[in-house]
Design a protein around this ligand. Structure first.
Ligand SMILES: CC(C)(COP(=O)(O)OP(=O)(O)OC[C@H]1O[C@@H](n2cnc3c(N)ncnc32)[C@H](O)[C@@H]1OP(=O)(O)O)[C@@H](O)C(=O)NCCC(=O)NCCS
Length: 165
């Protein structure tokens, strides 16, 4: 997962997010727009379409505002008893209103229903906003992948959370 630092914005009043799986391939455009606004080496449309078509393994969840606007997404794999969180991002204008909290909470809850008992992800060493979010959910650092990221080159922290949800 490509994880640059988030913007240093102040907390805002949380809103009522709706979190649910992506409904159709057409919604990949909304995912791409958030991806491109969030990462220095964004995944391409082809990568996302390949993910979308990898049924049975790959999952996409979206967070929507009460008006239905897509504000954030999370893509993950469920492999046997493990949840691999590949990407998580919230549109810059919707950050600090607990969209990521709502997304991750639902992903872990549904992941447990799918049979996962533990979850993992990678995060940039400098990405404090994301690390704080993951800490709140009980993820802990299990290792480091040296120079895992490019643009700029940076180590990844490998996080795990045991005992889902
Ligand atoms: C990381 C990211 C997903 C967080 O999304 P978000 O919807 O703003 O997060 P939430 O509002 O749910 O924040 C939950 C908690 O995380 C921490 N947090 C989130 N953003 C923070 C920031 N900019 N600075 C400090 N703490 C932050 C806080 O503890 C926050 O709780 P609080 O607002 O009650 O203090 C978002 O900043 C983002 O999309 N960043 C770019 C992409 C990215 O880095 N993705 C993660 C890849 S590993």
């Amino acid at each position: 997962m490509l994880c640059p630092p988030g913007p240093q914005t102040v907390p805002r009043m949380p809103i009522q997010w709706t979190v649910e799986p992506l409904r159709s391939r057409d919604e990949i455009d909304a995912v791409l727009a958030i991806e491109e606004a969030s990462f220095t080496s964004p995944w391409t449309r082809e990568m996302y379409l390949a993910e979308y078509d990898n049924k049975g393994v790959s999952n996409f969840y979206l967070a929507r505002t009460p008006l239905g606007e897509v504000a954030g997404f999370c893509s993950f794999w469920r492999v046997l008893d493990e949840l691999h969180i590949n990407n998580l991002a919230v549109a810059p204008e919707h950050r600090r209103a607990h969209a990521a909290t709502a997304l991750l909470g639902k992903v872990l809850e549904d992941g447990a229903k799918m049979g996962a008992t533990r979850a993992t992800l990678e995060v940039r060493h400098s990405n404090q906003p994301a690390q704080r979010l993951y800490e709140r959910f009980g993820f802990t650092v299990a290792g480091i992948r040296r120079a895992y990221y490019t643009n700029p080159v940076e180590d990844a922290l490998i996080l795990w959370k045991e005992g889902l949800p």
